[in-house]
Structure formats: structure tokens, C-alpha cells
Design a protein around this ligand. Structure first.
Ligand code: IMP
Length: 191
């Protein structure tokens, strides 16, 4: 079984990747905690490349990385690649975003997820991107999920991400779409 390092130290992310990659005979492992990666890219894809490539090189194994976040039109794409660092906690991040959007009528936003797979030499072998368009509500709704989920409303479903079942969210989220685009490519990869 080929081993695939997930370029994260977060066991939750490893579990999520395992669910998406269930059909593949990879043995998924976490990256060594000593490997620190500076996310210096200025796009989601550049950061996914950096993470996959550096972890693959450091460990001499195939590595997969994702990078994601929320881009709000009225804020010129912010918080974007800074989504995780926008404030200290999920609720602080939501408060900050709602504060910055207080007087804005344009509530359009999108979640973006970039995924990259690097071979043991650090070269990028595959990449994919998924986008989910929505609107930022003025008041959070729903209890499920994490991050900005309670304020991200998807008009086609009339639900926020935090009001969706896990299956619903997977089927239309940026991450679900990025994996859906990656899986057929993975199936053709000769290792
Ligand atoms: P990363 O991909 O782990 O770097 O995630 C970046 C940040 O974007 C997270 O910490 C969340 O704040 C936000 N984010 C990414 N995906 C989602 C999502 O599906 N729901 C809510 N927030 C998300």
C-alpha cells in the first residue's frame, strides 16, 4: 500500500481526507510535527503547492495538501488566504467579518478550496480547485460545522453551511467539489 502524507498536524483534517479518499488504497499519515511550513503564497493554490511539496520532500513520500478560505466580494476577496488568522476564535472571526460588512449591501462571497498532490521529489503531480458561491448573512444561523459556516448562506438550498447535514455540505461545498475534481485524476495516476 502506498503511503500518502497529509500535510497537516491536525488529526481532524486527516480524518476528513480519509473519508474523501476512501476508495483509494493509500495509507494516510500525518506529517511529522517538526516540519514547519510557512504559507507564503498569495493564492490558495500557491499555498497548497507549498505545503504538499515541502512535506513530500522532507519525508520522501507522496503528500497531499489543501488550502481553503472565504473570499468576500465587498471586501475585495478578504479574508481570503488569511481566513484562519482573521481573528482568534471562530466567533471572533465571524464578529469581525460582520462588522466589516455592516454597511455593505453586496453580500456575495465564495468559499475556495485548492488541493495539491506532490510526488516524493516534491514535484506537483496533481491539483484541483473547488468553489462554492453564497452570501454572507447578517445574523448567524445553524449549529453544525465550523469556522464561518453559520453566516455562509447558499441560496439554492436556502440553508447556511451550519444548517446542512454533513452529506449535504460535502456534496456542494468547495472542499467536496475540489475532491470530486481530484478523484478521477487520482484514479489515473501511475505510481
Ligand atoms: P485551512 O484550509 O485549514 O487553512 O482553513 C482556512 C480557514 O478557512 C479555516 O480556519 C476556516 O476559518 C475557513 N474555512 C475553510 N473551509 C471552511 C468551511 O468549510 N467552513 C467554514 N470555514 C471554513
Amino acid at each position: 500500500m502506498t503511503s500518502l502524507v497529509v500535510a497537516t498536524s491536525n488529526p481532524g483534517k486527516l480524518k476528513e481526507m480519509q473519508a474523501y479518499l476512501d476508495d483509494f488504497r493509500w495509507e494516510l499519515t500525518l506529517k511529522s510535527p517538526e516540519i514547519e511550513i510557512e504559507e507564503t503564497g498569495d493564492t490558495f493554490m500557491a499555498n497548497a503547492h507549498l505545503k504538499a511539496s515541502q512535506v513530500a520532500l522532507a519525508m520522501g513520500k507522496w503528500a497531499i495538501a489543501d488550502d481553503s478560505g472565504l473570499a468576500v466580494d465587498a471586501l475585495n476577496g478578504a479574508p481570503g488566504i488569511h481566513s484562519a488568522r482573521y481573528a482568534k476564535t471562530d466567533s471572533d472571526r465571524i464578529d469581525r467579518l460582520l462588522g466589516e460588512l455592516e454597511n455593505k449591501t453586496n453580500r456575495q462571497a465564495k468559499f475556495v478550496c485548492a488541493i495539491a498532490l506532490a510526488n516524493p521529489d516534491g514535484a506537483i503531480a496533481l491539483q484541483s480547485e473547488g468553489i462554492c458561491h453564497g452570501e454572507i448573512l447578517r445574523i448567524p444561523r445553524g449549529e453544525a460545522g465550523f469556522g464561518y459556516d453559520p453566516i455562509f448562506f447558499v441560496p439554492e438550498q436556502s440553508l447556511t453551511f451550519a444548517e446542512m447535514s454533513p452529506e449535504q455540505k460535502i456534496s456542494l461545498s468547495h472542499r467536496g467539489r475540489a475532491f470530486a475534481a481530484l478523484l478521477p485524476q487520482l484514479a489515473t495516476l501511475k505510481i
